[in-house]
Every structure is written in structure tokens, then in C-alpha cells.
Design a protein around this ligand. Sequence first.
Ligand code: NI
Length: 182
Amino acid sequence: MAIRKVARLGHPVLRQVAQPIPVNEITMDPVQRLIRDLTETMVEYDGVGLAAPQIFEPLRAFVMYVPPDPDAGFPGVPLTAWINPRLTIREGNTSLGWEGCLSIPDLRGKVERPLAVEISGLGPDGAERTVRYEGFPAVVAQHEFDHLDGVVFLDRMKDMSTLTYLREYERYWHTIDEDEEG
Ligand code: NI
């Protein structure tokens, strides 16, 4: 296992369409190592999600973990790894929320996203599953899924006037539950 370097905006790997992982390779060492490295790197940098292209692997896999917030009655999202995921929008109404990205350090911006999505795909054991995400976890799932298609949150911003450096974000815009990046 290893904490990996995170690709920064400008590296071509972040703009590629990532390739599916062959199903018969999922339980083999290289893919298992990829999932472990994604997880360790996400945890190290306090991310709520991390996609394989962000550690220079143009493959269709991402991990996510959203800690619970008992005060808000939010159960969190357990550590989850998705391989060859598919995304379906389940609630077309949108919300506008702050996003950050470990590949775009020190910046935050507001992105409009559908309120609920469903992700289907394979787990690290190779088994197919489907999970519905709502609210902030839906944002994380969409943000990470975008990375697999070479899309970053800046591309999703309809109004660039909210683009903010982290220091100014914390000074003028920060609220407790909006300080996550993937
Ligand atoms: Ni990101």
C-alpha cells in the first residue's frame, strides 16, 4: 500500500476518458493495490473521494468516504470503491454547492448538480451492486464519476464568479458542512 502523488490540473491524465478495468482482473493484485492506494491517498489528504486518474491511472475506478455528522443526523457514506461505474440521475432538481478537488488545490467553486443519483458497478470483490446517493454524497459521486470522463468541477461551473481561493473561502464563505474535496 502506498500514499500516491496526486495529479494536478494541467496533467493530461486528468483530461483523458479512462478505460474500463477488465472484469477478470478485478481480484488480481494490480487492481486490488490500486483500490488500496486510492483509499490511503484519499484518507491522507482528507478527501471525501478520489478517482484513479487523479493518481495517474487512467482507469474507471474511484473511492468515496463521507464521515457521519451526528449533529446533522447524517449517517455518512462508508468507504466504498466503485469499478466501472455507471451513473443515473434519479432526481432532476438541482442544488448549488461548494466543491473542491485534490487535483485543483486551494480553489473552491459553486457547482449545480442533480440532487440524487444512482451508481451501479462492481466492487473490489467483483460483485455488481447499486447504491442511491442523495444530497452531499450525490455531489461526491458525480464529482468522482466526472473524473473518469476527464471532467473537473470547473467545467461544471455555470458562473465562475464564485471561484474562490481556499483562504478567502474560509474567510468569507465557509460553513461547517461545506469543506470537503475530492
Ligand atoms: Ni476531484
